[in-house]
Structures are given as C-alpha cells and as structure tokens.
Design a binder for this molecule. Sequence first.
Ligand code: ADP
Length: 464
Amino acid sequence: MQIRARLTLQFITIVALTLLLAALAIYYFSEGHRKEDFFDRLNKKASNTAMLLIQFDEVDINLLKKMEADNPVSLPREKIIIYDYKDNIIYSTDEVSLFTIDKALLDNIRLNEEVRLKQGEYEILGFLFTHQYDRFVVIAGAVDIYGLKRMHNLRNILIIVVSISILLMLVSGWIYAGRALYPISRIISKGNEISITSLNLRLDEGNQKDEIAQLAGTFNKMLDRLETAFKSQKRFIANASHELRTPLTAITGQLEVLLMQDRTTEEYKRAVNSVLEDMKNLNSISNRLLLLAQASNDLSELNVKPIRIDETIWQCREELIRRNENNHIIVHLDNSLEDDAALTFMGDEQLVRTMIINLMDNGCKYSPDHTVEVTIGADQLQLLLTFTDRGIGIPEEDLAHVFEPFRRGQNAYPVKGHGIGLSLVERIVILHNGSIEVDSQPGEGTTFRVFLPQKTDPEFLTTF
Ligand code: ADP
C-alpha cells in the first residue's frame, strides 16, 4: 500500500473512532437524561393522583377517573394502578390490563421503595406511597412518545453528521496526504532522472529547512561524493593507462628502430638493456597498481598479525640501502617505547613494509643528501612514525594533492616516479585505522607523520 493511502487510512480511522465515540456518548447521556426526566414526571403525576385519592375523602374513584381523563398534564397513554397493603387494586386506569403486575414485583417495590421497568413500549415506575399508617404501592406507566421521537431524531442526526464528517475527512485526508507527500514524489521523479551519465543533476532542496529538504540535501551530498568518486576513478584509469602506455610506447619505438636495419651485437645489447629498463619500469607500475587495488580492500581479507614496528623499520632500512648504497637512513627510538606491547601493532606485514619503504624512499629520493631520519615514538595510545628529510620539499599548491594517485609535485619531475607511492601509503594507513599528516617547506624539507593504533589500545582491538 502506498504511503498516501496508508496515511489517509490511519487518519480516517482515528477521526472515525473519535467521532463515533463522541456520537455514542452524546446519545447515551441524552437517553439517560430523557429517562430521568420521564420517570420524574411519572413520579410527580402518580404521586399527585395517589394523594388526591388517599388523602381527600371527597374524591372518590369515579371522580378521580373523570378528573384524570380530562387532565391536560397526563402523560401519553398514561396508566396508574394503586394497590393497598393486601395487594388489592384500589384504583386503576389500566382497564384492559396492559401491565403484568405480579406479587413478586409488588413485594420488590415494597422492599426497594422504587422500581423501574419496561413492558413493550411502556416505561413503568412502581413506588411506595405512605399515608399515616397505610402503605400503598403505586404503579404508573406511560409511553414517552415525544422523548423517544426526540431520541430518534437525535440518532438520525448523529448518523448523518458522523457519516458526512467521515466522508469529508476521507477526501481532505487524501488531499492533505497528497500535498504532504508531494515533495517526496518530486524527489522520486527527479531521482529517476539521475543516472551515471547525468551525475551532475541535483534534487530540489525546497525551503532547505524541513525534513524532506534535509533528505534531499543528504541525497545531494551523497551525489556530490559519488560524482567526485566517479570523476577520480575516471581520472585514475586515464592516468593509469597513460603511465602504462609511456613505457610501452618507448619499448615499441625502440624495437621498431632496432628492426629497421642490421645492427652490431653491441647495438643489440644496448637496445635490449634499454627495453629491459622500460620493462622493469612497467613491471614496477603494474605491481604498485596491484598493491593499490589490494590496499583498497577490506583488512579482514589480508594477512593480519602482530608486527614489531622497530624490527620492520630496520629491515626496510637495510633493503633501501641494498637498493642504493647512497641512501642514508637514520633511525631513532623514543625512550618511552621500551615496552614490547607499545612497539607492537596488528597489521599486514607486506603492506606495512610497502608503506615504510615508500616514505623512506621518497625522503632519500627527493633530498640531495639522500638522507631521511625516522623516529619511532608514541602519541597517547598511538604509535607515531616520523619521516623527516632536508630535501626539495613540496610546493604549497601541491601539498593538498600529494596523496591523490598519479599526482606529482611540480618540482618532482627531475626525479623518476609515477605518483602512486603516497596514495598507496595513505590507503595502507587508513586500512590500519591510522592517519597520516605532512608538513613541508619547499627548499627546506618534508616531514611525514604516521599515527598507528598500538596493540594496547582497547578501541583498536575491537576493530579487528
Ligand atoms: P612519486 O614519488 O613516484 O612521484 P609519490 O606518490 O610517492 O610518487 O609522491 C607524490 C609526490 O609527492 C611526489 O611526486 C613529490 O612531488 C611529492 N613528495 C613525496 N614525498 C616527498 C618528499 N619526501 N620530499 C619532497 N616531495 C615529496
């Protein structure tokens, strides 16, 4: 069922129940009031008749009947019967014995002083009338023609009013629900227009205040993020293919030139070496792209185990020095970190090594003295790794973009690179629930700070 129909139905059920309850209450209390009023009049009238008959000797039965016949205050179809203490009828206007009065009823009236009952359309009141030492039972009955008619009319009016009100509420509820949901319908139809080729479209945020406007705003923010992600993915693919194409074009070109004429063994050797160099380059790019894809996945799929950060850093240092003996890597260990647990954290060793090697390598690569200082420290419950160099630095306008794939600083071009390393580092850090910061002054040097949760951090343990 659509929300519009459901809202209308709920609304109409509440309104109908309230109206019905109100109508029933009105009818019930009016009926009570009518009865009370009718029995009161019956009582007064019958008491009056009994008083005339019993207290005044001048008034005999026949005279009283005559007086009663012409009495304008008599109730419609009024019948009065008076019994003495022996249950003998001393006065009755019920000639055809319409009422069924038995001994039990008379005893009941004597016991309770007043009894009300209904026989057919007659409402009957029986009460005890005492005079000096005599006790009489007076039975008076009549048909409340006018009262019942009033109640009948009231019932009809209530049925008509309640039915018309429910009908009106149904129509207005339907219109109201439609109007209330109109902004949502608009969002739905606009949302249907947005596809992968029109990610630039946005939903109308209306007055920008109510919940629906907030919903549209949330959708729009999500679309912003999707559009950015989509654009950066497109840019990433374009950059990746460009990076892969460059060495491929170089290889093809070199091989074509080589095949144009016969070459000496020396020339072939030189060409093969050059092609090999390009192939190595290609291999390194595809390996990094693969690592980037791997680091984008869930850490639960990776090989997570406790890592001693100091040992890993020393191993990475050795490897980088092996790669290039000019590299100079100085490692400091903060005194506060003597505890084994403080130096340990959970992670994927291969990824963590990639992260450290990239940061160390950059420090050496972009510094004329090929020197980087690595400090292992702690910041509250986090491991803090600092990589500082006194190299070329990163220009201010590039600083915000260095973690984006394939982004390289303007001053980095003399140095070989593909712009993948830092984006890989950032993803690895995020995967390990950590964070990374960079500070740099062009011409003075650069500092990267990596924060990683220690194994002792209780919050950290819950994430694995
Ligand atoms: P690559 O070094 O292959 O270009 P990275 O992703 O590792 O790619 O680095 C991105 C860019 O960030 C580099 O091109 C360079 O401009 C800048 N950069 C990174 N580390 C340093 C550093 N230690 N000193 C100066 N610039 C750096």
